[in-house]
Write a protein that binds this ligand. Sequence first.
Ligand SMILES: [Zn+2]
Length: 223
Amino acid sequence: MTYQVLSRKYRPKKLKELIGQEVFVRSFSNALKNDRIPHAFLFTGVRGVGKTTAARIVSMALNCINLQEGEPCGGCTHCKQIIDSRHMDVLEIDAASKSGVDNIRQIIDNTYYSTSQGKYKVFIIDEVHMLSNSAFNALLKTLEEPPAHVKFILATTDIQKVPITIKSRCQIFTLQKVSAKLMTRANADTPNMAAMQNTPRAQSDHCLKRLPLPSQRYGQRGG
Ligand SMILES: [Zn+2]
């Protein structure tokens, strides 16, 4: 099996599998339960910590038609398509290559259309700190008050470069890097992992899969 296939197979698909990210998981689970979901999230953390994975799980939880105790089922059409990155309403944008104001205007135009199939249209903007100043400015109004069926999930490895005007419009979560000790324990009872453990990316993807331990350091919310 190739690394890509393995990484997809073992990538976390449930909130409880986001090891070490208890602050985010608890907050989002409560928001989901109370139907008070923020319209914009900002995930920050080092490369490989699981920001995109968390964004996909949020997208699944928002669109899953068979939530099970607050977790996406992983088996419905929406969950499956999001896992395979082919859901029409969950759009991933890489701001490193699409950093201009025109790229953001396309997104804004898109928000006015209703969803194709899901409940929510989710825009995941990765490496959001790479956007140009004019692109950030164009995004402000929509980020503050998007249509009811739209959610934004921004992700960045460099939150210092994200303007305060953007940060103030998002609920911010710092995803934590998981310790080697915890990673070793998490890996211990998982079969077929040897092939995945040779790269930092693989380790990070995998270490998010197992349940957290009480001693794990929590992430922090805030601006
Ligand atoms: Zn589902």
